[in-house]
Write a new protein. Sequence first.
Length: 159
Amino acid sequence: MSDDIRTINVNCDDDDPALRSLLELGRVQADRPTARLSAQLNGVGGDDWVAEVMSVAPDGQACVPSNFIDAEVVEIDWMRTQYQHAKRMFHEGQNEQVKLAGLLWYLLLMAAAAAHHSVLLSSQPTAMTSAALMDVSPDLPDPWSDLAAQGAISIDAST
């Protein structure tokens, strides 16, 4: 066993795996996943894209988006399952659209779990998770924008 302390390489020349995460907010870069998601949301047809993505849960089942907003309808166990599917969509998606759909679900599931059930789904640092939600919240159409902001506030309050 080594007594050397492992540090994170903050030079952007290398791709240090310790810096990579689903949210990638620790790394200063214009092309982080939340920036790509915001670009998609602000692009032509962004609101329609969100409506389409949110009509199919990450496991492929039809989803009624309005039910997802209602705290009393969506059970936390369903959210946990969909959260795992959303992570896989993001990491293993065949193209950018699938990855961004996974990220959207990932973020909104974290927001809903925190806002409606006071549950933190992510093992990422709470400051990072909250910042990611606040990053995309202004770009999301209603009611998703409010949900992302409520989730960020709930996550901040949990610390």
